[in-house]
Design a protein around this ligand. Structure first.
Ligand code: SF4
Length: 385
């Protein structure tokens, strides 16, 4: 369940079981063992976890069901109380546990970091995943090489707070990116950076991406609010001026880069006045798309102990709609900006009723009639619309 990091870890669990002699159950076949690797990022995620547990029990009445992951770690009792569950695994190691996964032959999600030391007041992840830690650059390099030799063409760096890479080894995220940009691999490959906190996305890193042969011009930056007061309430590590500087610098050196921005709406303390500052701020930022999240209360987080006005649910949803509309306009403007610009597409393997899909370096999705010869290859085109 959940994010790309969980996806990578689920694959690592499966590979370890296979190494120990297990076989993967086929579709429709009764499994002996089922591991549900849960997510707890929102209440909806918790609900989806529980639904998945009900479903796998229904479909596999005799299986042993083990539940692990972030929800299990934060709310072990809720899960242990479910009659479907045989065992809850809550222990999480403090050392870095490597993981990578492939969604098809094309793309590989490589875990480069785990945990977080930031303790944003709305977020429960540091309690579920522990403190920030990472492997040495050398070991990430070796894993990336292995994935490329196995046929992956794109490596997506995943983690909880990947810009914090190096905290446990004394290295730097910048040096990791340099190492991955110069792998001794002859065939074309691409590296995509996952979400990086704006305060950790330095000009040095942006320059590196601009000069790099392999790192995709694609940034995913969490903003969360366009009001400095709300950012302070959230315990974020930057203000709106710093965020604007980062976006402006990206646009200066990489005019066609995709910039996706996480925005939260309806957190406690987001008064009407602060919301009024948020909207024009976000409208004025030259970004490509917003990923909008409606705030939901997470037990155990500091925000719940703070004396702040609570935004009614209906108003939270209304604000979410407003930002969705802003996002749609930004995406259309970005498509227009990129029309006529050469793009290199990596075609994926799925045959969707005769159509295949692929993403450009700056994360534009393209389609064409399915052609087996093109699967897992790069193609440069100039889109006209
Ligand atoms: S940076 Fe903040 S929001 Fe992101 S995982 Fe860490 S505490 Fe949570």
């Amino acid at each position: 369940m959940g994010c790309k990091l969980n996806f990578a870890e689920s694959s690592a669990l499966m590979n370890e079981l296979i190494r120990r002699g297990y076989e993967r159950a086929k579709q429709g076949e009764d499994a002996d063992l089922i591991i549900v690797n849960t997510c707890t990022v929102t209440d909806t995620a918790d609900q989806k976890d529980r639904q998945a547990i009900h479903r796998v029990r229904r479909e596999n009445p005799k299986a042993r069901i083990v539940v692990t992951g972030c929800y299990a770690r934060l709310h072990p009792k809720e899960i242990a109380d479910m009659v479907e569950v045989d065992r809850v695994v809550t222990k999480r190691e403090d050392r870095f546990v490597p993981a990578y996964s492939k969604d098809d032959r094309t793309r590989c999600f490589l875990k480069v970091q785990d945990g977080c030391n930031y303790f944003c007041t709305y977020c429960a992840i540091p309690y579920a995943r522990g403190r920030s830690r990472n492997p040495a650059i050398e070991s990430v390099r070796a894993q990336a090489m292995k994935a490329l030799k196995e046929g992956a063409k794109e490596i997506v760096l995943t983690g909880v707070n990947i810009g914090d890479f190096g905290r446990s080894t004394g290295e730097k995220f910048y040096d990791l990116l340099r190492a991955l940009d110069s792998l001794p691999f002859e065939a074309p490959y691409r590296v995509r950076i996952g979400s990086v906190e704006p305060n950790l996305l330095t000009h040095e890193i942006i320059d590196l991406v601009a000069q790099s042969k392999h790192i995709a011009p694609h940034f995913h930056i969490p903003l969360q609010s366009g009001s400095d007061e709300v950012l302070r309430i959230m315990n974020r590590h930057y203000d709106t001026a710093l965020f604007r500087d980062r976006v402006a610098y990206i646009r200066e050196v990489l005019p066609y880069a995709f910039i996706g921005v996480d925005c939260m709406v309806g957190v406690r303390g987001e008064t009407a006045e602060r919301w009024e500052q948020y909207v024009p701020y976000i409208v004025s930022l030259p970004v490509s798309q917003l990923h909008v999240f409606t705030y939901s209360e997470r037990s155990g987080t500091r925000m719940l102990q703070m004396d702040l006005p609570v935004i009614p649910m209906a108003e939270r949803h209304r604000r979410s709609q407003v930002l969705h509309q802003v996002s749609e306009k930004k995406l259309q403007a970005f498509y227009s900006l990129c029309a006529g610009q050469p793009q290199t597409i990596l075609w994926e393997g799925k045959n969707d009723k005769g159509t295949m899909y692929g993403f450009s370096e700056n994360y534009l999705r393209h389609s064409r009639p399915y052609d087996k010869q093109r699967v897992n290859t790069f193609e440069t085109i100039v889109p006209t619309d």
